[in-house]
Design a protein. Structure first.
Length: 91
């Protein structure tokens, strides 16, 4: 199991390196899509919403996309702002 994961991780690293060297614009788009996909998944977890309520996929996707693309994820404020905004909506 560990050997399989290590092999997969090495192949992923090699693929990302190849993509970054040949098409930098594709690397940027892939990075944004990956961060949005991971954020959407995290927002779909039960711990991310109130008990007894489910988060719709579209809502989680919209929130993740807004947090990544609109607020300037790469600045300190852009990283903290979604946390403050989303945290202020919880009871």
């Amino acid at each position: 199991m560990v050997a399989r994961f290590t092999t997969w991780l090495w192949q992923a690293r090699t693929g990302v390196s190849r993509l970054a060297r040949s098409y930098p614009s594709h690397m940027i788009l892939t990075s944004y899509a990956g961060v949005i996909a991971c954020s959407t998944g995290l927002l779909m977890l039960p711990v991310a919403h109130r008990a007894g309520e489910d988060t719709e996929f579209v809502d989680a996707l919209f929130t993740a996309t807004s947090a990544v693309a609109v607020t300037g994820m790469w600045s300190r404020f852009g990283g903290v702002f979604p946390l403050i905004f989303c945290g202020s909506r919880s009871p």
